[in-house]
Design a protein around this ligand. Sequence first.
Ligand code: URA
Length: 233
Amino acid sequence: MSERDELAADVAEYGRYLGRLTQLGAPAIPSLAPKSVSVAAAAPQAAPAGSEDLEGIRAFIGDCQRCKLAKTRKNIVFGQGNPHAALMFVGEAPGADEDEQGLAFVGRAGQLLTDIIEKGLKLKRADVFIANVLKCRPPGNRNPEPDEIESCQPFLERQIAAIRPKVLVGLGKFAGQWLCKTAEPISRIRGKLADYDGIKVMPTYHPAYLLRNPAAKKEVWEDMKIVMEILRA
Ligand code: URA
C-alpha cells in the first residue's frame, strides 16, 4: 500500500469512527484529516443506492472544505437518528445551536420538531432520521446559496440512498424545493405528495416558520396525517 493510500485509509477509518460517535449522539469532533489531503480522493465520487452506510458517508465528507461555509462553521452537522428509519426529515441548514453541538435540530425549532414527532406522530425522535440540505451553518443564519447547496448535494443524496426511508418530509422552502426538484414556493408545494427516487416526499412548513406563525401548525398537522397513513400502510 502506498503512503497516500495508507493515509486515505486512516482518514476513512477516523471518519467512520466520528460517524459512529455522531450516530450515538456525541457532539461532533473535528476531523484530523490534514487540509492538504483530499478525502474525496479516498472515496468513490458516485455510489449506487444502498451500497454504503452512514459511517462511510461521514468519512466521505471528512473535514469538508468544499465550500466557503467551512471557514465560518464550528462543526459539520451530519444529521442523526435511526440509520434504518422509515421516516426521514430534511431541514435547511444548521443554526447557532446546531453548529455549536454538531447535531441537527437541537434549538427552539428543534424542540418544536420533537413535539411534531413525539406528540403528533407518536414516534420517538430516535426512531427517525434528521438531516439538513446544508451540513454547515450559513453565517448569521442567512439563506443557503446555490453554490453551497450544490457542494452539499452529494451528501444528502447518499444519506437518502443509504437510509431509503418510506417517507421523506421536507421542512421549509429549501428542503421542499430540493426534494421535489422544483422552484415553486413552499406555500404551493406543501401538503402535496411528490416523489424522490421512488420515495414519497411530503413538503411542509419549517418549524422555525411555525414559531413565527403558529396558525400554520394546522396545515402541518394535515400534512403529518398523510405521513402517518403512509407509515401505517
Ligand atoms: N433549522 C434547520 O433547518 N435545521 C436545523 O438543524 C436547525 C434549524
